[in-house]
Every structure is written in C-alpha cells, then in structure tokens.
Design a protein around this ligand. Structure first.
Ligand code: P6P
Length: 335
C-alpha cells in the first residue's frame, strides 16, 4: 500500500516550529508563492496556444527583450505577495527599483522582504524549454514601522531566511529551504496541490556533469579554460558529460539530483558574469549549501558577498562540493 504523500500545506504546519518565522507567517508567504506559481504554471503551459508568446515590446533594466510571460509572471507574483500582510517590500529582477508595500492598516508592520526572478530563462519559452521562478526572503534590517529602504534588500546571502525555485518543466516542482534542508514538491495539476516528492534533497558530493556555455570559451579567464579542459581529459572518472539547458533552475535541479557543477564565469564580454547576485545567485547558493553543495564566485563563498546594488552581477560556480572546490583550485592557479 503506497504511503499517502504529504501536501505542502501539511509539511509547513508540521515543521512550523523549526522556522525562524512566527507561527503562520511562513505559511502565508509560501502560500502566496504557491498560488502565484500555479497561475504562472497555467500560463506557461498554454503559452503555445494563445498569443502571449513573443516580446511584450518593452525591455527590462537588463536591456533584455521582455517576453509577455515575463511581464505576466512579474505582475502575478508581485500582486499575490502584496495581498499578504507579511511583506513590506519586493524587489524583482524585472523592475528597476524595489517596491515598498505600505499596508494601510498596520503601517509597515510587516517584517519580510522578498526578492524574485519571476521567470528565469524566459528566452527558452518560445522553444518549449523549461523555465523557472526564483525567490529569496529576508527579514528587514531597518526598524519595523518605518518605510522599507534599499538597505533591507542589499543584505548578504547568509541573512536569507528562506529561498527556493519553481521549475515549470515536464512536471512543475516547488523546491525550497528555510535553513533546515531542501525539500521538493511536485504539483498535481488536476487538483492544484503540491505533494512532497523529493524530501531532504542533497547534492552528491561529486559528479560527472559540467554545465557551462562553451560558446564563451575564448572569452573565459585562464582558470576556467583549464578547468573545462580538465573536465574533458580522459583520466579516472573523466571525461565528464557536458549538459547545458540555458535555464539556471533546470541545470541546477538536474545537477542536484545527479551531481554536477554549473558555471557562469566572468569573461571579457561579461566582466562580472551574467547572473544577478540578489535574484539568482544568493537563493541558489542558499539551496546548494543546505543540500551539502557549494556556491562560489570562483574564489569565495557567494553568500558572504556584501551587495552594493540591486542588479549587480557576479561570477557563479555552484553544485557538488568537490567539483566546485576543484574549479576554485583552477581559478586560483590561473590567477
Ligand atoms: P547564456 C537565463 O537568461 C539565465 O539567466 C540563466 O537561467 C541561464 O543559465 C543563463 O542566463 C543562460 O545564459 O548566456 O548561456 O544564454
């Protein structure tokens, strides 16, 4: 007799005492994310059917062509989070500046700020490749009751109280951590319920998959070039397999299950790399470390970087601990 799978709601209630949140606040936050995820999942899955493909005509702060689904996902998550009485501010990768949420009745009593990449990998939408949402939650650092400020968002990743992603793939999964390990929930679209499908997710200590856009090889620092050549050499358990989907959450998710390393290094084209520290690297780093993996900028821990601006980019090496450490060795030698 197959054991009944626990729902996300049951899981949160059972583990409420572990969370740094007072009772009910985390469930409200995760419920808001869960609701928005179901709406976006519905839109992503029917994207091919109605005319919301193609660019919305605008470009975001990154200068990237905004896909209509980007715009829709951004609006859905912001609106759903605004409706909860626990968030005092939101920063979105699709918005130039942060959004202060002034609750009329309790005047900024809310304690948490949420940073979100509403639809990461959106350039894959038109070719039917998985995309994802990434979120990161902090407790505000300025006094409760005062208007939220930029300081509340420019916190090092070690201050995160929760982080996670939704991957809209062959099945839709919500994977998150509150500092007590990583758990994965799969959506049953027929009834709109997330079930605990991957309890206590852990990166294998090593692996044989490396994920990097090798089209940028000639622009990489010498240490990265040397590490890629190391992955391709015939020696021991190498050559490794190269797998690159071009969607961070999908590459990360596969590597966490099978073992592997994802790299987006800096290059002569992208002087600080492409990924955003606050919206992509810190939440994925929190998940990686909670799953016994590692996340580095090639030289040091991602989560210890003190952010200086909302949209700053950093080089990103993330995945199985021994593979990231080997990449760091090549980066140090290549200095
Ligand atoms: P490139 C998507 O735009 C993204 O931020 C990540 O999801 C993905 O891993 C990376 O950029 C892909 O970038 O330059 O290889 O196409």
């Amino acid at each position: 007799m197959q054991q009944k799978k626990k729902t996300l709601g049951e899981f949160i209630i059972e583990n409420q005492s572990e969370f740094k949140f007072s009772s009910g606040e985390l469930s409200k936050l995760i419920n808001a994310i869960r609701l928005a995820a179901k709406v976006v999942n519905h839109e992503v899955n029917k994207a091919g059917l109605i005319d919301i493909l193609g660019a919305a005509g605008d470009t975001n702060i990154q200068g990237e062509n905004q896909q209509k689904l980007d715009v829709l996902a951004n609006e859905r998550f912001i609106q759903t989070l605004k409706n909860r009485e626990i968030v005092c501010g939101i920063a979105s990768e699709e918005e130039d500046d942060f959004i202060a949420i002034n609750s009329l009745d309790n005047q900024h009593q809310n304690k948490y700020v949420v940073l979100i990449d509403p639809l990461d990998g959106s350039s894959n939408i038109d070719v039917n490749v998985s995309v994802g949402t990434i979120f990161s939650i902090y407790r505000r650092v300025t006094p409760i009751g005062s208007p939220v400020t930029l300081e509340d968002f420019l916190q090092p990743g070690i201050n995160q109280v929760a982080a996670g992603y939704i991957v809209y793939g062959t099945s839709t999964m919500l994977v998150y951590t509150t500092g007590h390990g990583v758990n994965g929930f799969t959506l049953n679209p027929a009834i709109g319920t997330f079930y605990l499908s991957n309890p206590d997710m852990q990166f294998p200590e090593s692996g044989n998959i490396y994920s990097v856009n090798e089209g940028n090889y000639i622009h990489f620092p010498q240490g990265v070039k040397d590490y890629i050549k190391y992955c391709q050499m015939e020696e021991g358990d190498r050559p490794y397999t190269s797998r690159y989907i071009g969607s961070l959450v999908s590459d990360f998710h596969r590597n966490m299950i099978k073992g592997g390393i994802y790299m987006y290094p800096k290059s002569s084209v992208n002087s600080e790399g492409k990924l955003r520290l606050l919206y992509e690297c810190n939440p994925m780093a929190f998940l990686a470390e909670q799953a016994n993996g590692k996340a580095s900028d090639g030289f040091g821990r991602i989560m210890e970087i003190q952010p200086t601006e909302l949209h700053q980019r950093v080089p990103f090496f993330c995945g199985s601990r021994l593979m990231v450490e080997k990449a760091e060795e090549f980066m140090a030698a290549g200095q």
